[in-house]
Design a protein around this ligand. Sequence first.
Ligand code: HEC
Length: 213
Amino acid sequence: MKKSWIIPTALVGVLALMQSCKSDPNSPGFEYMPDMYRSPALEAYSGYGFYADSMATRKPVENTIPRGFMPYPYPNTTEGYEAAGADLKNPIPYNKDVVAEGKMIYSKFCIQCHGKDGQGDGTVASNPRWPGPPPAYNGRLKDLPEGQIFHSITYGKGLMGSHSAQISQEDRWKLVYYVQTLQGKDLEALHSGAPQENVQPETEETAEEAATM
Ligand code: HEC
């Protein structure tokens, strides 16, 4: 009974402690461990006096390439197209699964123009307002080499836009396999021999050269 004043007094004390000492409503109050509030790291895009341009975020060093990205050395020119057709081979080892993946990607990005069987009769291309349907893969494009298929998916061709922003290089190569089946190629027979050579830049030298392009 004698100690009944302890609890109310303690409560008042705690409430008093919880009040901020400052009158500024935006003040976080007493900072018990300032390191936890104030990170020594710079905020992206905030100003920073150390560099002449006052930017905290720095630009990547020249010739930096993203992790996992393989520079593509063939320019978007007639010569580049010809060279890709002559030299470029699919770097992804052939098997049925990659063709199946290629088919799935095809059904998302290509089928609307090229049609289910690559006849150029997709719903977009069949629309009377579409200027001209794409040629059939097993017709005029029957002998289009794999490097040129890749090149055209990468840069686009005629009315077809570039797909390099939407489809990774790896997925484009999987697509190439699927397009080849639509050309009527017997991939199983073509790939039953030795594994294909990868002619994308592999040595450091050529990769460096390519990165400057
Ligand atoms: C907007 C419609 C459209 C889409 C989407 C489209 N294409 Fe095409 N594609 C065309 C047209 C039109 C041509 C004919 C271009 C020309 O020769 O002028 C063509 C041509 C091609 C060629 C032949 C290129 C050459 O070198 O002659 C290939 C291969 C091809 N497309 C593959 C694809 C693949 C794979 C996709 C999916 C990633 C795709 N296309 C998506 C319309 C499209």
